[in-house]
Design a protein around this ligand. Structure first.
Ligand code: EPU
Length: 429
């Protein structure tokens, strides 16, 4: 298994281009199932989760063309299967998103029930409840969700908990339902808005995306369109924290600052000089150490759970004491144990990490447990004394486009080592 080797201690400086957003690209690719015409999607990031999605779409019979700039044409004119198998769903929970489009267009779908995961139990009851409200018959059998309907009909759906993929799944299904669907307490995340923009370009009638009340007038058919995926606000936030913790200066390109206001606010509070010009964000932290900040995660526009681990890391070398409270997922603090092994001073009190900034971290062998936890360990490696070796980096490849290249370009000492070479190195040492 590949590992990342990082020698910390260098301030990062330079320019980074932000890729398309993983969590916007996945639903938009899956939206291609809603039409028999080709859908062209641009600004797709190079990620393992994208490969898994393409594999899943291929398995269903979608024809895919990919050009060298990662523009993808997805043609779901000849769907041959209506089933998302366990092997794919277990590696990527977002596979559940095929349920809505397949059910709405073909009246039938089968998707493996996603199991628990490293950040919480993550049930899909709200997706299922919504499809039932739209008239589908849903059963869970042999580990699969099996759903059927004649034609979905519009319904009023209240989401007990704000769910990003729940809102997306129901919005896609409602686009082809008979009549009007209203989703109350909908997720307001920019990725939901991006999907609605794409669906509307395909002929859907969706209003209110970006608010808690989304109204969808169902149509009989959707058509092809071309769509540009929005930039990845979490990738952008992660690079900004990389510059913060290394007392560096960075300029991000192809990013929309309105996507990450809550993160920029906290970085400013922590002492960063931030300048926004057009589609760039510059952050200067040269010669300074971050000040600890208090964070509470919550759905958009509040502070994103996907930036929580990175801020725990930042607080761990900051001046002062900061608290980080996770309210979205029940078990998203696996990175804390690894940071402690590098010398961080963190106490857990229920769903709050109390982080006392230390003067320095020390490199150690550490293990990535999920995508954002692995980003946090990369950041820790960039600032720690000596060498950090990160194991199980397949997690990071799920969500960060060319991370070693992008970090090396701004001065990081980072390299990927194949597992077998790593073993040889240990034997010699
Ligand atoms: N929830 C339920 N029932 C449901 C659905 C969700 O109780 O039917 C609960 C979850 O257990 C959780 C909360 O609702 O406590 C919010 O979960 P949500 O459904 O919003 O999460 P998701 O849609 O599965 C997406 C992102 C995650 C991101 C969360 C929160 C995608 C593909 N994934 O997950 O991204 O953390 O929203 O913003 O969009 C990541 O990129 O690292 C990542 C985990």
């Amino acid at each position: 298994m590949d590992k990342l080797l990082i020698t910390g201690g260098r301030p990062l400086a330079g320019d980074v281009r932000i890729s398309g957003a993983k969590n916007a690209a996945l639903p938009v690719l899956i939206a291609s199932l809603l039409t028999a015409d080709p859908l062209i999607i641009r600004n797709i990031p190079h990620l393992h989760d994208i490969t898994t999605t393409l594999e899943l779409l291929g398995e269903l019979g979608v024809r895919l063309e990919i050009d060298e700039k990662m523009s993808i044409t997805a043609d779901a004119g000849d769907i041959t299967r209506l089933r998302a198998p366990y092997d794919l769903v277990k590696t990527m929970r977002a596979s559940i998103l095929v349920l809505g489009p397949l059910l709405a267009r073909f009246g039938e779908a089968e998707v493996s029930l996603p199991g628990g995961c490293a950040i919480g139990s993550r049930p899909v009851n709200l997706h299922i409840k919504g499809f039932e409200a739209m008239g589908a018959e849903v059963v869970i059998e042999s580990g699969y969700i099996r759903a059927r309907c004649k034609r979905l009909r519009g319904a009023r759906i209240f989401m007990d908990t704000i769910s990003v993929t729940g809102t997306e799944n129901l919005m896609m299904a409602a686009a082809l339902a008979d009549g009007e669907t209203v989703i109350e307490n909908a997720a307001r995340e920019p990725e939901v808005v991006d999907l609605a923009t794409c669906l509307n370009a395909m002929g859907a009638k969706i209003h209110g995306a970006g608010t808690h009340l989304i109204t969808i007038q169902g149509v009989n058919r959707l058509h092809g369109a071309a769509h540009n995926v929005i930039p990845d606000r979490i990738e952008a936030g992660t690079y900004l924290v990389a510059a913060m913790v290394t007392s560096g200066a960075i300029k991000l390109h192809d990013i929309d600052s309105s996507l990450l206001e809550s993160v920029l606010d906290k970085l400013t509070e922590s002492g960063a000089d931030i300048k926004i010009e057009g589609r760039t964000i510059s952050l200067d932290m040269r010669g300074r150490r971050p000040r600890a900040v208090n964070i509470r995660t919550a759905p958009f526009p509040a502070f994103p759970t996907d930036m929580q681990a990175q801020f725990v890391m930042m607080n761990s070398i900051a001046e002062g004491v900061g608290t980080v409270t996770e309210t979205v997922f029940e078990n998203r603090f696996m990175h804390v144990h690894e940071l402690q092994r590098m010398g961080a001073d963190i106490d857990m009190e229920s769903n709050t990490a109390v982080v006392r900034g230390v003067d320095h971290l020390t490199g150690a062998p550490v293990m990535a447990t999920d995508l954002r936890a692995s980003a946090c360990l990369v950041l820790a490696g960039l600032v720690a004394r000596n060498e950090t070796i990160i194991d199980r980096i397949y997690h990071i490849d799920r969500g960060y486009d060319c991370i070693e290249e992008k970090l090396a370009q701004i001065g990081a000492q980072i390299r990927r080592v194949p597992g077998d070479q790593m073993e040889a190195r240990t034997a010699v040492a």
